[in-house]
Design a protein around this ligand. Structure first.
Ligand SMILES: [Zn+2]
Length: 89
């Protein structure tokens, strides 16, 4: 039995479909859609910062070290994939 990737509640195994459910409810699926939008914006911002590092454009101190920005970008992409796993079909 898996857990909802949005609210972490256990999900009842659905019989017959053979597909693993990712969301426990329509509400969580909708909430995940909104989170996906926010993550996309966050990733766009982080990519802009990593581009600045690549192009040797001075980056504000508040963005932190390049490796930290890349690590955060990686975390956001992992979360995005987790949320997207249940979106098709
Ligand atoms: Zn849920």
């Amino acid at each position: 039995m898996g857990n909802c990737v949005k609210c972490k509640q256990p999900i009842e195994e659905s019989k017959g479909t053979g597909r693993k459910k990712v969301y426990c409810s329509v509400a969580c699926r909708r909430a995940a859609e909104l989170e996906i939008r926010r993550i996309n914006e966050r990733i766009t911002g982080l990519e802009r910062i990593t581009e600045s590092y690549r192009l040797k454009i001075p980056v504000l101190d508040l963005y932190g070290k390049e490796e930290d920005v890349l690590a955060e970008l990686n975390r956001q992409e992992i979360r995005l994939k987790e949320l997207l796993a249940g979106m098709d079909g």
